[in-house]
Design a protein. Structure first.
Length: 118
């Protein structure tokens, strides 16, 4: 699986952005998809994830503000980010993973910078 993320940029506090991540090379629908972020000097953290059946989970810091969704036909996972805060500034990475019975297959996109600043 190859993943390519789009949609980052500079936005003012309180603004919105939508990140997209397009996959190629495998059966998209069988993967759990996620968005992670890494701020300078901090560890990479899970922001949101969506399972194959559509179940979602979110980091407490983004609940109620961010929404993850997937379109299996387009092989795309989205992250709608509203009410952005300065602390959301980070490089955002998309991820696809699945367990094939023996190994956890884990794929990453290249990252897209989100900067929240006035």
């Amino acid at each position: 699986v190859q993943l390519q993320a789009f949609g980052g940029g500079l936005v003012q506090p309180g603004g919105s952005l939508r990140l997209s991540c397009v996959a190629s090379g495998s059966i998209f629908s069988i993967y759990t998809l996620g968005w992670y972020r890494q701020a300078p000097g901090k560890q990479r953290e899970l922001v949101a994830a969506i399972a194959t059946g559509g179940t979602t989970n979110y980091a407490n810091s983004v609940k109620g503000r961010f929404t993850i969704s997937r379109d299996n036909a387009l092989k795309t996972v989205y992250l709608q980010m509203n009410s952005l805060k300065a602390e959301d500034t980070a490089v955002y990475y998309c991820n696809a993973k699945r367990f094939d019975g023996a190994t956890m297959l884990d794929y990453w996109g290249q990252g897209t910078q989100v900067t929240v600043s006035s």
